[in-house]
Design a protein around this ligand. Sequence first.
Ligand code: 6GU
Length: 240
Amino acid sequence: MTALPGICEGPLSHSIPGRAIRGGHLEVVVHDLRDHTHDRHRTVDDYPFGGGAGMVLKPEPIFECFEAIRADAAARGESIDEVVFLTPDGERLAQPLVNRLSLHRRIVLLAGHYKGVDQRVRDSIVTREVSIGDYVLSGGELPALVLVDAIARLVPGVLGDAESALSDSFQDGLLDAPSYTRPAEFRGMRVPEVLLSGDHARVRDWREAQRLEKTRVRRPDLLDFDPGVPPSRTDHRTDT
Ligand code: 6GU
């Protein structure tokens, strides 16, 4: 649910999210809050009570949009598992939360804009508030797209074996090893010999050692890792 649906088009039509949607593994419907207004100007925001800078998203279009989504789900015998409001004051997004959200069948994402949304929306519709990091963005659309991308990678059938989410940084708590492609020597810089050796066991050991060392240096906090869901729930989507 967004007042700026145009932002969502590009990211949802490219790369892995685009492929997931085209392949029927994932459905993403962008709901324009303006379609749920009743005035000539299709007003989605208004001045804050009590004064102050910035506009606040009005409750009526959000409630009506959500109720339409919920009615559509009900007509298919389904319900909404979670309503996520993207906001800088939410829980910081990390892989464990992505993993948990990926297990749901239907989630609704609400992108706030301007100065925020009417608190009554947060109190009665929203079930979870999520931030993508400690910096300020102009709205929740990009964060919502970040969340869709992260979830799409975990939907069964979206990634092939070779690009399986099992080898993603963070999925097993370690950063990725360095990658190289041809040419084997470029401007005097050589690809590590082990990668050219054809010795798969040595390559595996080298990558594992690189991952551990990089993680120790850059993100020692990751070495104490909790995947967020029991291993049995992630097995089916990370089996290489
Ligand atoms: Cl979810 N929204 C906005 N507006 N800014 C953010 C954010 C969300 N996460 C980090 N910065």
